[in-house]
Design a binder for this molecule. Structure first.
Ligand code: AMP
Ligand code: MG
Length: 355
């Protein structure tokens, strides 16, 4: 595995996907260790500052193992605990819920309700129908409209699941749980806690552009760039992340296929059964990575007409969205912290979010 000890100089980290973590200019002789590995269908990059090399190596091994396990348990198309739950839910009978899944499921159910079920992890059958459960593929075709319509009409929702103590049962056989829109956030939150329990105070954990920071990089804050959805390498703006902040983006460029010249991407509107329209990408910043992940998906689905209400209901104040025309919608609280890259050609609207 890749591991480096570096000095601080301007350089872009993790160029491959989504958000980019920028190295600030040289300011101190802080040792920084880094490991990159594949998990959740993307590159996971962990950067630790202010620890010894031996501590970093031990933690890298532990984190990589933990990721391997989380990916198996929470991906329903793998033979693990969530798959078992999906197989047993349609029976309508009570059965035991694995402790490795319970806290995430309870949290996801709450977040789904808060989002007005626009973030809806119960629509796994729709995700499967579109073929977006297959990682990496750019091949695909629009599914049969009748099949989409019949799945939408059966209204699978997280509120169709009842959890009591160690038991769970389903009340709607159309429910198939896919935690893909929240599992990375929850995983990041868990791993950051693990690192903190091991004495780490300064770190950045980046899973394909979705990330959380703690502490700082030497004497400077962690610097985070928000990606331009039109350009794999370009960025819209950057800002200095405060300790504990997580940054999550849902974008139409992450997984999609083209059919008849039209882009069909992986974030589905549970009300229509089709890819959500209106936004190209939505970035949410919040201290709770699980919330940030679910909210980025929910706001993306909500689109320009409804994102403000959903943000208020979910307790989100730091948002940047790119609409279908490429215009920016930025919450006032975030706007004051952003530094824009290059000439300002995009129409930008600053929005006050109410609570
Ligand atoms: P994200 O990139 O966090 O927005 O998550 C997108 C992934 O979540 C997709 O690849 C699907 O597996 C799943 N998904 C798609 N649409 C939704 C939705 N409306 N609510 C919850 N999960 C979804
Ligand atoms: Mg998400």
């Amino acid at each position: 595995m890749h591991r480096t000890k570096t000095r601080l100089y301007p350089l872009i980290l993790g160029l491959a996907l989504g958000m980019l973590a920028l190295r600030p200019a040289a300011c101190a002789e802080t040792a920084v260790y880094q490991r990159k590995f594949l998990s959740f269908g993307t590159f996971v990059e962990l950067t630790l500052a202010g620890v010894s090399r031996s501590t970093a190596e031990r933690l890298f091994d532990e984190v990589e193992n933990e990721f391997r396990y989380m990916q198996k348990v929470w991906w329903p198309w793998h033979n693990g605990a969530l798959r078992r739950i999906n197989m047993l839910l349609p029976s309508g009978e009570w059965f035991s819920i694995a402790p490795s899944v319970r806290p995430l499921l309870v949290r996801a159910r709450r977040l789904a309700a808060d989002s007005g079920h626009l973030f809806n992890p119960a629509i796994g059958k729709l995700v499967e129908l579109w073929g977006f459960h297959k990682p990496g593929s750019r091949q695909g075709e629009v599914p049969d409209r009748k099949q989409i319509k019949s799945l939408v009409e059966r209204r699978p929702r997280m509120s169709d699941i009842e959890i009591r103590g160690i038991r769970i049962r389903g009340h709607n056989p159309a429910v198939f749980i896919d935690l893909g829109a929240v599992a990375k956030g929850y995983a990041i939150e868990r791993i950051i806690r693990l690192l903190q329990d091991n004495g780490v105070r300064n770190a950045i954990l980046n899973t394909g552009g979705d990330l959380k920071v703690i502490g700082s990089r030497g004497t400077r804050p962690w610097r985070i760039a928000i990606r331009n959805p039109d350009d794999r390498r370009g960025l819209i703006a950057w800002f200095d992340a405060r300790s504990d902040e997580s940054v999550f983006t849902s974008g139409d460029y992450e997984r999609y296929f083209i059919a008849d010249g039209k882009r069909y991407h992986h974030i589905l509107d549970p009300r229509t059964g089709f890819p959500a329209t209106g936004f190209r990408s939505v970035t949410v910043i919040h201290t709770d990575a699980t919330l940030a992940d679910a909210a980025a998906t929910a706001l993306f689905v909500a689109g320009p007409a409804q994102w403000r209400q959903v943000a208020a209901k979910m307790g989100v104040t730091l948002v940047l969205a790119v609409d279908a025309e490429g215009a920016l919608l930025v919450s006032r609280a975030l706007y004051s912290r952003l530094r824009f890259a290059g000439p300002r050609t995009r129409k930008t609207t600053i929005v006050t979010l109410r609570h």
